[in-house]
Write a protein that binds this ligand. Structure first.
Ligand code: ADP
Ligand code: MG
Length: 412
């Protein structure tokens, strides 16, 4: 027998739970997809396509829905001799300028041997190459700019929709589909871009628990062997998903993590209890990530609040966090921030969901103030703050937890 053996007890096809898996059918998006389909109808009619702007939070099916409809559109367009449809999808994550988008688009029309360098040309040259590429492609061209909110300047969003009117294009009829996770992106577009890019606006709302159940059920059938999943598991994943953000990706991640735990633990049924364990593990990862992105002062403020929480002194006002924070800062030889800046860090921590902040009234004097407490499991946060704890020193209030944590990490 080899050293590695295949695990096949739980999963039939684990990849079906991944975010990039494209399901054959979408569930629970009928009215949104119907509207989207209407917006794409001019393509089949052989008319100049609409520019479409689609927005909605992450994980609500924007990419999957777009792929699904465009696949059908390409198939159906092939039935008509007078339509020559080309679709190019570009994800703008990691691309921050119109220049970068334009070079990537040019390369999508060129074969491997003729790719252009993504730096070094004047911008006008790259745009000219893009118009040439589009015109030699000809016909109807749909350009999908997914996660377009990563782009910091809107030049390309202005140029592309107007290329034909400006005489830059003579052959190709182009349509732009912009997709954004970020609602404010649209509002921040300049009026001239907004009016051309957002001819048709579509919004995908968050999923409710029932819709998430349908999505998870559909994927679970592909991903897991029959009878592996206990009753109630899908419902629980969906309930968490609906409570968190109505995000299908997050719910699928939870189901996958649950399946992985079952596999690691060598059990052949997936239970509610595993869902809870998986959720805690994912949560821990999220906290660790959030905390590792903070600055040193953010870490010190959090450590101070954590020790106060452990001593039962929360909810606590900013001015009462301050002495401990100052002490911690001095212990590692950094200048404490002024109260106002320290309070900004408390604000950031509550935005990240690591702590909670509640507004209170001052009473007769009429002012308001905020009180803070930790919103996460203390030992989880403590683990994420490991380096800070090491440099500042172990505060007496958490001494027990720290030694326990150390032994825990030694054995995992
Ligand atoms: P977005 O682009 O809005 O961030 P995605 O389209 O990537 O979200 O969807 C996230 C995950 O959820 C993907 O795996 C996708 O296949 C799945 N998904 C989203 N909506 C549906 C749906 N209505 N039916 C089936 N699967 C869906
Ligand atoms: Mg997407």
């Amino acid at each position: 027998m080899g050293m590695f053996e295949r695990d096949t007890e739980i999963y039939r096809n684990r990849d079906a739970l991944r975010g990039d898996y494209q399901p054959d059918e979408l569930v629970g998006r009928d009215s949104e997809l119907e509207r989207y389909k209407t917006a794409l109808q001019p393509v089949i009619n052989g008319e100049q396509p609409n520019n479409i702007f689609l927005y909605g939070k992450t994980g609500v099916g924007k990419t999957a829905g777009t792929r699904y409809l465009l696949d059908h559109l390409v198939d159906d367009a092939a039935q008509y001799d007078d339509i020559d449809l080309t679709v190019k999808m570009l994800n703008c994550d990691g691309l921050s300028s119109s220049y970068q988008i334009a070079t990537r688009l040019v390369n999508k029309f060129r074969d491997d041997a003729n790719q252009i360098s993504t730096t070094g040309y004047p911008r006008a040259t790259v745009y000219d190459m893009l118009w040439d590429a589009l015109d030699s492609c000809g016909g109807t061209v749909l350009i999908v700019l997914d996660e377009v909110d990563h782009v910091n300047d809107d030049s390309i969003l202005y140029q592309l929709p107007r290329a034909r009117a400006n005489g830059s294009l003579s052959e190709a009829k182009i349509g732009i589909i912009g997709i954004s996770n970020n609602f404010s992106f649209r509002d921040n577009l300049s009026p001239k871009v907004k009016s051309s890019l957002c001819e048709e606006e579509l919004q995908f709302p968050a999923y409710d628990a029932q819709e998430l159940i349908e999505i998870l059920q559909q994927r679970a059938t592909v991903a897991f062997h029959e009878d592996v999943i206990d009753e109630g598991v899908i419902e629980l994943c969906a309930a968490y998903g609906a409570k968190d953000a109505g995000d299908a990706r997050q719910s699928l991640d939870l189901l996958m993590k649950t399946g992985d735990l079952a596999r690691d633990q060598d059990t052949d049924v997936i239970t509610d209890d595993l869902v809870r364990q998986a959720r805690e593990a994912l949560e821990r990862g999220r906290i660790r990530e959030g905390i590792s992105g903070l600055t040193q002062h953010g870490h010190l403020v959090l450590y101070a609040l954590l020790t106060l929480e452990q001593q039962g002194q929360t909810p606590v006002r900013s001015r009462d966090v301050r002495p401990r924070y100052t002490k911690f800062a001095e212990q590692i030889g950094v200048d404490p921030l002024v109260p106002r800046r320290m309070r900004d860090h408390l604000g950031e921590l509550s935005m990240l969901g690591i702590i909670t902040s509640v507004e209170r009234n001052e009473g007769r004097r009429g002012g308001t103030y905020r009180e803070y407490s930790l919103d996460m499991d203390i030992s989880m946060v403590l683990t994420a703050l490991e380096e800070t704890v090491e440099s500042v020193g172990v505060h007496e209030s958490v001494a027990d937890l720290v030694s326990q944590e150390t032994t825990l990490t030694e054995y995992t």
